[in-house]
Design a protein around this ligand. Structure first.
Ligand SMILES: [Zn+2]
Length: 272
């Protein structure tokens, strides 16, 4: 026989379970979105996810990954950018292969060794390297260079290839389909790149943009052994739940990018 006491307790319990489940749902801001079957970059580069996304092959026509692990997912704008840049490099220097590091993992979110790379908008690119006499050296990713552009690998001295590395920067910035927000690189290597471009009379507008976009971040490694590239959120519906942080450069057309999201707005978007 069910007593009144038991019914009261059961009533309390069900209210408690209901409240607990709604507050747990509240802790999972992307749950509604995930269930909606949506795709794209969600949140910021360092607090976000990647739903769906494009998956790059281990090697393409003009690029290959320098690590075996599968962190080769990104939004279409990023995977397309990487392929176009590698093609441009091959046109300028036939046979050149662009070495790629991590993009994002499947589904995005945290991956080891990175603060960001969570929402399909970041990619690491290896530097191009030469011998001291200027002969290209292939397949030496993650070689560190000092502010004079000198590096050491397996007790062999090498140099930062200012020309080919500048061409990477130029191809990234000049790309007409994707918009680059940052190319993280150390102060010293930034100076070498800009100096090379000025001395070789490259497009002055690209050089101006590069002076802003090339940047040594204050809150992570100096990036003296690879470029870290971040692109802006896509415009329109594809970028509706994507959040840019930091500057919107004057040459970037303001769409969604002009909007500054508050945490409350972002949570509301994620939960609706
Ligand atoms: Zn990175």
């Amino acid at each position: 026989m069910i007593t009144a006491d038991f019914r009261r307790t059961a009533g309390f319990l069900s209210i408690f379970v209901y409240l607990a489940s709604t507050s747990i749902a509240g802790c999972l801001p992307w749950a509604g979105v995930v269930n909606g079957g949506e795709t794209g970059s969600l949140g910021t580069a360092s607090r976000g996810l990647l739903l769906g996304g494009e998956h790059l092959a281990k090697r393409g026509e003009h690029f290959r990954f320098y690590r075996a692990r599968d962190r080769r997912y990104g939004i279409r704008e990023l995977t397309g950018l990487v392929q176009r840049v590698s093609k441009t490099l091959d046109r300028e220097f036939p046979g050149t292969v662009l070495l790629l590091g991590d993009l994002s993992g499947q589904g995005g979110g945290f991956i080891s060794e990175h603060h960001s790379h969570r929402s399909g908008r970041d990619v690491d690119l290896a530097f191009f390297v030469t011998s001291p006499s200027g002969k290209p050296i292939h397949g030496w990713p993650l070689t560190r260079f000092d502010r004079f552009g000198a590096g050491l690998r397996e007790e062999t001295v090498c140099r930062f290839d200012a020309q080919r590395n500048w061409m990477v920067v130029e191809a990234l910035i000049a790309d007409e389909e994707s918009r680059v927000q940052w190319i993280f690189v150390s102060h010293g290597l930034k100076a070498i790149l800009l100096e090379w471009a000025l001395n070789h009379e490259r497009d002055i507008e690209i050089i101006r943009r590069a002076a802003s976009i090339l940047h040594q971040p204050g809150d992570s490694a100096p990036h003296d052994d690879h470029f870290h590239v971040r692109i802006y959120c896509p415009d329109g519906a594809a970028g509706a739940r994507c959040k840019d942080l930091g500057p919107v450069w004057p040459w970037i057309e303001k769409g969604e990018h002009g909007k500054r999201w508050t945490t409350k707005e972002l949570m509301a978007l994620a939960l609706d």
